[in-house]
Design a protein around this ligand. Structure first.
Ligand SMILES: [Zn+2]
Ligand SMILES: [Zn+2]
Ligand SMILES: [Zn+2]
Ligand SMILES: [Zn+2]
Length: 478
C-alpha cells in the first residue's frame, strides 16, 4: 500500500479513508477541466462475446484468426498474439482441454477470472513484473460486498467458481475465494468502451476502482484502447475528492439510487440524491420519467392525485385518468414485443416510430424514456439505413433533452453534437455543421483529451467545414 501511495503522490493524488465511503481518491493539487487525473492499464481484461474481437486490441475484422491451439480466442495478427502470449499460454492449455460443450460456458466473466488467477501466478513467479499500480494486492484490497448479496447470486458465484476449478485444475485454487472474487468483479470491473461509448469488453482497473461515485461527478472515465483514462470535467480544488459516475446519471433519483444499490451495494449521498423527496426532486423525477399533460400545448409535469385515481398537471390542473394511461402503456408493451433481432432495419424503424408516437402521448416531452426510443431510432436503424435527413431530425430532438439532464461537459452530449455535425455536413448544410462541430469540439476535447486520434479527426472535420464555408463565401463575392 505504501508503494501505491508514493506512486499516487507522484501524480498529485492521495488515498484517504472517508467515513461512510471507505477508500477515496483525493486531489493533492488543483485539476482543471480536460486534465488527466489518472490513467491505468487493466490488471485483466476480456473482449465482449457478442462478435469475434481481437483478444489484444478488440479489433473486429474479416482478418481475425482463431488461436489454433484452443480455438477459443481471436487475434487480428501476430503482433497482438505475441503481446498476449505470456498471459494466454496457460489459459490456452486450460481451454484446449475442454470439450466443445464446456467451451461454450467460457463467458467473458469466466475468462476474466481465469486471467486474474493466471496473472497472479505469473507475478508470484516473477514471469510478469509487478509495479505499485499493477499487482494482486490491489485486487485483494477491493470491496466484494459478499455479505450483502442474495442467496441466488451466491449460488451462481459458487457454480462459476466450480467451473474455474474445472478449467484451471490447479490444486491451490480456493473455491470460496474465487466466488468472492466474482463478487468483486461484479462491483469493480469496468465496461471498456470505444470513443463513441460503444462497449468492447470488460476490464479490472484496481486503482481506478478506488474512485467513488457521484451522480454529479467532477471527472469522467473513458478508454483509449484498453487504457482507462480519468479526466477532470470541472475544476477540482486541491484536497477535494475525485468523483466519477458508475451509472447513467440521467435517471430520476429513485432510479439512480436503485441501480446503485442493486449493482454497487451502497446508498448514494451525493448532492442530487440528498434532495430525494424535496419539491425540486419530485418535479425533476416527474419530468424525467413521468407523464405529459393532456393538453399538447402545456409543458406542465404531472403528479398522482390524492385519491390515486389519476395524475394532475401541476401547471393547468387537467387530470389524466389512470385507466387511460394504463391503456397506452399496454399498447406500448404489445408493440415492443413485436421487435426482435430478426426484424429488418426498415421494419424496426416503423415499429419504433409507432412506439415513439405512443410514448409521445404518454410521457413528458423531456422524458428520458422517449429519449431512449429516439436514440434507438437514430443509432440502431436510421444510421444503418443511411437516411441522413431523418437521422438529423431525430438527432436534433435528442439534443435539448441531453442538454437538460447533463450538466456541462458530458461525453454523450458532445457525441450527439458530433453526430449532428456529421449529418449536417453530409446534407450540405455547412453553416450548421460548423456550429455543431464547434460545440462537439468544445465538449469532447475536455472529456476525450486533445491528443486522441478521435478528437484530432473531429478537429480536422471542423477545419474542413470552415475551409469550405470560406471558399463558398469568396466564390459568392466574385
Ligand atoms: Zn489486435
Ligand atoms: Zn489459445
Ligand atoms: Zn447520487
Ligand atoms: Zn397542463
Amino acid at each position: 500500500m505504501e508503494d501505491l501511495k508514493a506512486a499516487l503522490r507522484d501524480r498529485c493524488l492521495t488515498v484517504a479513508s472517508l467515513p461512510e465511503k471507505g477508500r477515496s481518491l483525493l486531489a493533492a493539487t488543483d485539476f482543471h477541466p480536460g486534465q488527466v487525473i489518472l490513467s491505468q492499464e487493466p490488471y485483466v481484461f476480456a473482449p465482449n462475446a457478442a462478435e469475434p474481437r481481437c483478444d489484444g486490441c478488440f479489433a473486429t475484422s474479416a482478418r481475425l484468426r482463431k488461436c489454433s491451439a484452443c480455438q477459443a480466442v481471436w487475434y487480428c495478427g501476430s503482433s497482438c498474439q505475441k503481446s498476449e502470449w505470456k498471459m494466454h499460454r496457460l489459459e490456452c492449455m486450460a481451454l484446449a482441454r475442454l470439450d466443445k460443450e464446456k467451451r461454450k460456458s467460457v463467458t467473458p466473466s469466466i475468462r476474466l477470472m481465469i486471467k486474474l488467477y493466471i496473472r497472479r501466478k505469473l507475478q508470484d513467479e516473477k514471469i510478469i513484473s509487478t509495479t505499485a499500480m499493477d499487482n494482486y494486492s490491489l485486487v485483494d484490497a477491493l470491496v466484494s460486498h459478499m455479505s450483502e448479496i442474495n442467496e441466488k447470486q451466491l449460488v451462481l458465484y459458487a457454480q462459476m467458481a466450480n467451473l474455474i476449478n474445472i478449467i484451471l485444475q490447479w490444486p491451490e485454487i480456493n473455491i470460496k475465494e474465487v466466488a468472492e472474487n466474482f463478487s468483486k468483479l461484479s462491483c469493480n470491473a469496468h465496461t471498456i468502451c470505444d470513443s463513441e461509448l460503444r462497449p468492447l469488453g470488460t476490464g479490472l482497473y484496481p486503482v481506478i476502482s478506488i474512485i467513488n461515485h457521484s451522480c454529479l461527478p467532477n471527472a469522467v472515465l473513458l478508454f483509449e484502447g484498453r487504457t482507462a483514462v480519468v479526466r477532470a470535467v470541472q475544476h477540482i480544488p486541491q484536497g477535494s475528492e475525485v468523483l466519477i459516475s458508475y451509472i447513467e446519471t440521467a435517471g430520476s433519483t429513485t432510479t439512480r439510487l436503485k441501480s446503485l444499490r442493486e449493482q454497487y451495494h451502497f446508498a448514494c449521498a451525493c448532492p442530487r440524491c440528498a434532495k430525494l423527496g424535496q419539491p425540486d426532486d419530485i418535479k425533476e423525477s416527474a419530468i424525467l420519467e413521468g407523464y405529459r399533460c393532456e393538453d399538447d400545448r402545456c409543458s406542465g409535469f404531472l403528479l398522482r392525485d390524492s385519491e390515486k385515481q389519476g395524475f394532475v398537471c401541476q401547471q393547468c390542473g387537467r387530470v389524466r385518468k389512470k385507466e387511460e394511461i394504463r391503456g397506452i402503456a399496454s399498447e406500448i408493451k404489445l408493440m415492443s414485443e413485436r421487435t426482435s433481432s430478426s426484424t429488418s432495419p426498415s421494419q424496426a424503424v416503423s415499429i419504433y416510430k409507432m412506439i415513439e408516437n405512443l410514448q409521445g402521448k404518454l410521457y413528458h416531452p423531456s422524458s428520458i424514456i422517449l429519449l431512449q426510443t429516439r436514440e434507438k431510432i437514430l443509432k440502431a436503424t436510421l444510421m444503418d439505413l443511411q437516411d441522413w435527413k431523418e437521422a438529423l431530425v431525430y438527432c436534433k430532438l435528442t439534443i435539448p433533452v441531453y442538454e437538460r439532464v447533463y450538466p456541462g461537459y458530458h461525453p454523450l452530449l458532445g457525441l450527439q453534437y458530433y453526430t449532428s455535425g456529421k449529418l449536417e455536413w453530409l446534407l450540405d448544410d455547412t453553416g450548421n455543421a460548423i456550429k455543431s462541430l464547434t460545440k462537439a469540439v468544445d465538449i469532447l476535447r475536455v472529456t476525450h483529451g486533445t491528443n486522441t486520434e478521435f478528437v484530432r479527426e473531429l478537429v480536422m472535420k471542423l477545419e474542413e467545414a470552415r475551409a469550405e464555408a470560406s471558399h463558398n463565401l469568396s466564390c459568392a463575392d466574385e
